[in-house]
Design a protein around this ligand. Structure first.
Ligand code: PNS
Length: 160
């Protein structure tokens, strides 16, 4: 029987508890789950890619069928090269929908054999984003409970 593999792509700058929840749920539906860290051309990152990879690895160490990688290119090409059958994305609020559906259509055009599946964020994560977490941390606010502990420490070190 062939291995069923899912890809959870994102910029993860940094990974939040909302991301962890979506990845846990996607990983439970498939044999293998690849978390791929991409550069988002529209965003100037706080963390270098290698820092984001390390933080994701620490935050996801409890999930044996998850591995973390980085990529520079087109998501559709990467999905193909890894033989994934689906891309899993989280949906929080209606504003996510427009952006995510646009990307899903383009990815389907580029790699028709790869499906995009959406998992609805838990209500407690509906307003949680990497951007808002960075903004709170930048001004010394408490982000514990919103991000994994290694991320909280990394944010504290960044803004010390
Ligand atoms: O976490 P983000 O920033 O919302 O993730 C967006 C991401 C990285 C998934 C998207 O920017 C992406 O797919 N980048 C790779 C380049 C690509 O394939 N762009 C076309 C997407 S249709």
């Amino acid at each position: 029987m062939s291995v069923r593999r899912v890809l959870c792509p994102g910029s993860f700058d940094p990974i939040t508890n909302g991301h962890v929840d979506i990845i846990e749920r996607a990983a439970a539906l498939f044999d293998e789950c690849i978390v791929a860290i991409f550069r988002n051309a529209a965003k100037a990152p706080l963390f270098e890619v290698r820092e984001r990879v390390e933080l994701c690895r620490q935050a996801l160490a409890h999930l044996p069928n998850v591995r973390v990688e980085e990529s520079d290119g087109l998501l559709a090409d990467y999905a193909r090269s890894r033989g994934v059958s689906a891309l899993a994305k989280g949906l929080r609020v209606v504003s996510d929908f427009e952006y995510e559906v646009q990307m899903a259509h383009m990815n389907k055009r580029l790699a028709p054999e790869v499906e995009t599946i959406f998992l609805v964020a838990r209500p407690e994560h509906a307003f949680l984003s990497s951007s808002i977490v960075k903004d709170v941390a930048r001004f010394g606010g408490d982000v514990s409970g919103l991000v994994p502990e290694p991320v909280r420490r990394a944010l504290e070190a960044k803004f010390r």
